[in-house]
Structure formats: C-alpha cells, structure tokens
Design a protein around this ligand. Structure first.
Ligand SMILES: [Zn+2]
Length: 80
C-alpha cells in the first residue's frame, strides 16, 4: 500500500534582467511533505505552518538570486 503525504508549499515567479540584458521570467515550486521523517532540528514533526515558513524563506532567497546567463553566445551577440 502506498501512503501519500500531503504536500505543503507554493509556486513563486521571478522576473529580472539577465547579465546579457534580456528579461528572464522563471517560476519554481517550493514544497515539503508532512511526514514522520520531516522533523525540525529539535526532533518534532514539522507542521504545515513550519513548512510554509521554510518554503517562504527558500522562495525569497531564490527570488532575490539571479541565475547565471543561460542564453547562447549567439543570442548575446544579437542584442548587443
Ligand atoms: Zn542572458
């Protein structure tokens, strides 16, 4: 029998100007499941509020971060 654990999380988007000058839009889902093995540093099972708080932190860090340019050298040449 397969046990499914509830997934708690959120999908966030970011929109920024790449180093090459292009606009980049990305979205990513941050989530964790509520399960007996997902515990805090003090050993208690995480509840949905704890998971949401952690996901929000991770999402905020990801949103602030610009990813390295993935546009091809050709694309960079084109816009310059
Ligand atoms: Zn780029």
């Amino acid at each position: 029998m397969k046990t499914r654990f509830p997934e708690i999380g959120m999908t966030v988007r970011k929109h920024y100007k790449c180093a090459c000058g292009r606009w980049v839009t990305r979205s990513k889902r941050f989530y964790q499941t509520i399960n007996p093995y997902n515990v805090t540093a003090s050993g208690f099972m995480k509840d949905q509020y704890q998971i949401l708080a952690e996901c929000r932190q991770e999402a905020a860090a990801w949103t602030r971060k610009k990813d390295p340019c993935t546009h091809s050298a050709h694309a960079v040449k084109e816009i310059r």
